[in-house]
Design a protein around this ligand. Structure first.
Ligand SMILES: NC(=O)c1ccc[n+]([C@@H]2O[C@H](COP(=O)([O-])OP(=O)(O)OC[C@H]3O[C@@H](n4cnc5c(N)ncnc54)[C@H](OP(=O)(O)O)[C@@H]3O)[C@@H](O)[C@H]2O)c1
Length: 306
C-alpha cells in the first residue's frame, strides 16, 4: 500500500497529490464504500463535483476512511467543483451570491469545513464568468477553500481573467491523454504557473466507460483502436510489465500533470496508483507525442470549452 504520495504544488506551496481518485459516474449510494476503499488503498486526493450528485456519498467515504486509518482531514486533498449554470441548457448562470451558496451546500453535503481546491467546472457562464471567479477569490480569502481554479477553460477564458487584473487560477483541470494533448494550452498553463490536472486519462482503453449509457458517441472509433491487437499501448504495457492503464497514467505524470483515475474495481484502483516504480523512455514519449488527434471526447453534451 502506498501512502506517501508524490505531490505537485499549487501556488508553489499547497501540496496536491499527483494521483487523485476520480468519482464521475460513481453513484451517491456506491460512493461511501468506493471512496473508503480508495483511501484505504493509498489515495490521498479525491475529485468530485456538485454536478456528479455524489458529494454526500464521497463525504461519508472520506469520513469512514479517516476513522479507520486514524488519519486527519489534512491528510486528504479534496477537490469539488461549482456547477456554473449554462444558459444554452436552460439553466440560469450562478451569480456571486449563488456561487458562495453553492460552496456552502457542497461543504454541507461533504460534511467538511473546508475544500482544498474549488473549481469552476466549465466556462459556460459567459457573462457571469468573472463574477463567479470573483466569488471563488472571496471564498479563498475567507479560507473556506485553500486553492481555486477552473476546469475546461481555454487560453481565451484565462486571458479574460488576466485582462480583468484578477489573480489567475491555481489549476486548470482538462481532458488530456495521448489522443488529446492540447500542446498550446499546456504550454500556456505552464508559462503562467497554472497547475495542470488531467482527466479522462484512460480514454484510449477499449473498456473506457464501457458500460451502457456511459460512453460518448465520439468514442466509438477510439474504442476500436484501443481494442486493436496492434495498439501501441499494448506493446508498451508489455515492455514495462505494466497495464495499459498504468502506461497512460504514467504518461500524464511524466508530463507533469496530476491524474484522476476512476475505478470501481479494487485491483484496478490499486494498479492506477502504482505509477512511480517505472518510467516511459524517451522513444515511447516521442512516439506518444505524435498520436495527438485534437480535441477531447469525454463530454457527450458538447464541447465544454464553448
Ligand atoms: N472536469 C471535468 O469536466 C471532468 C470530466 C471528466 C472527468 N473528470 C474527472 O476525472 C476523473 C477520471 O475521468 P473519467 O472518469 O472520465 O475516466 P478515466 O478515469 O479516464 O477512466 C475510467 C474508465 O476506465 C476504466 N478503468 C479504470 N482503471 C482501469 C484499469 N486499470 N484498467 C482497465 N480499465 C480501467 C473504468 O472502469 P472500472 O470503473 O470498471 O474500473 C472506467 O470505465 C473523473 O472520475 C472525474 O473525477 C472531470
Amino acid at each position: 500500500m502506498q501512502t506517501q504520495q508524490e505531490c505537485l504544488k499549487l501556488q508553489g506551496t499547497i501540496k496536491i497529490p499527483k494521483v487523485g481518485f476520480g468519482t464521475y459516474l460513481i453513484q451517491d449510494e456506491d460512493a461511501p464504500s468506493l471512496v473508503h476503499q480508495a483511501i484505504c488503498a493509498g489515495y490521498r486526493h479525491v475529485d468530485t463535483a456538485e454536478a456528479y450528485g455524489n458529494e454526500k456519498g464521497v463525504g461519508l467515504g472520506i469520513e469512514s476512511a479517516l476513522e479507520e486509518l486514524g488519519i486527519s482531514r489534512e491528510e486528504i486533498f479534496v477537490t469539488t467543483k461549482l456547477w456554473p449554470g449554462n444558459e444554452a441548457w436552460g439553466q440560469a448562470p450562478k451569480t456571486f451570491e449563488s456561487t458562495i451558496e453553492s460552496l456552502q451546500a457542497s461543504l454541507a453535503r461533504l460534511r467538511l469545513d473546508y475544500i482544498d481546491l474549488y473549481l469552476i467546472h466549465a466556462p459556460f457562464a459567459q457573462l457571469q464568468r468573472l463574477v463567479q471567479w470573483n466569488a471563488l477569490i472571496e471564498l479563498r480569502r475567507q479560507e473556506r477553500v485553500r486553492a481555486i481554479g477552473v476546469s475546461n477553460f481555454n487560453v481565451d477564458h484565462i486571458e479574460q481573467i488576466k485582462a480583468a487584473g484578477l489573480p489567475l487560477p491555481d489549476a486548470n483541470q482538462i481532458e488530456l491523454h495521448p489522443w488529446s494533448q492540447k500542446p498550446d494550452l499546456v504550454s500556456y498553463l505552464a508559462e503562467n504557473d497554472i497547475t495542470i490536472i488531467a482527466y479522462s486519462s484512460l480514454v484510449p482503453l477499449s473498456r473506457w466507460r464501457d458500460v451502457e449509457g456511459q460512453a460518448s458517441a465520439k468514442t466509438e472509433q477510439m474504442k476500436a483502436d484501443g481494442a486493436a491487437a496492434d495498439s501501441p499501448f499494448k506493446a508498451m504495457a508489455k515492455k514495462y510489465g505494466k497495464s495499459e492503464a498504468q502506461v497512460l497514467l504514467r504518461w500524464g505524470i511524466q508530463n507533469g500533470y496530476a491524474v484522476l483515475p476512476k475505478s470501481t474495481n479494487a485491483e484496478r484502483m490499486r494498479q492506477n496508483i502504482d505509477l512511480f516504480g517505472f518510467e516511459l523512455d524517451d522513444e515511447d514519449m516521442a512516439a506518444i507525442a505524435k498520436m495527438d488527434r485534437g480535441e477531447g471526447v469525454a463530454w457527450s453534451t458538447g464541447d465544454p470549452t464553448k
